[in-house]
Design a protein around this ligand. Structure first.
Ligand code: RTP
Ligand code: MG
Length: 137
């Protein structure tokens, strides 16, 4: 079934010059299309909405500080089972646990700076797309 997902290339990916590398991996997946793309800086209100589920956890404050430490690239990716698919390309949250060949496994260093966000379910995708690309929803 064709779906849409929200992808963020986090500030570490932008700083380290990995935008092309990561987008290239998404583009090479046959049948997926990038339907929106923007370089932008995230304010506190946007981050609170986006990562609200993690408010109160010990990693929340450092996560928000990291996510506002530089611009991110926000993308909408469309295609067959793309929600599950981009999560698989990204690999597990902790780069040490992520297999070589995955984005986090190849380039990740620590759990917070893990290069990429991808919506984790259809419900999350719908919620996050409204935050980042309200005109496209
Ligand atoms: P994301 O939401 O960014 O796509 O990542 P995820 O689903 O794989 O991981 P999640 O549990 O939702 O955590 C969100 C982001 O918070 C940072 N994090 N730091 N223990 C820690 O220091 C810790 N745990 C999570 C990561 O940047 C993670 O991607
Ligand atoms: Mg998550």
């Amino acid at each position: 079934m064709s779906e849409r997902t929200l992808v963020l290339l986090k500030p570490d990916a932008v700083r380290r010059g990995l935008i092309g590398e990561i987008i290239g991996r998404i583009e090479r997946k046959a049948g997926w299309t990038i339907s929106a793309l923007e370089l932008r800086s995230l304010d506190q209100a946007t981050l609170e909405q986006h990562y609200g589920e993690h408010q109160g956890k010990p990693f929340y404050e450092p996560l928000v500080a990291f996510m506002s430490s530089g611009p991110v690239v926000a993308l909408v990716v469309e295609g067959e089972r793309v929600i599950e698919g981009v999560r698989a390309l990204a690999g597990p949250t902790d780069p040490i646990a992520a297999a070589p060949g995955s984005i986090r496994g190849d380039f990740g260093v620590i759990v917070r700076e893990n290069l990429i966000h991808a919506s984790d379910s259809a419900e999350s995708a719908e919620r996050e797309l409204k935050i980042f690309f309200p005109a496209a929803v």
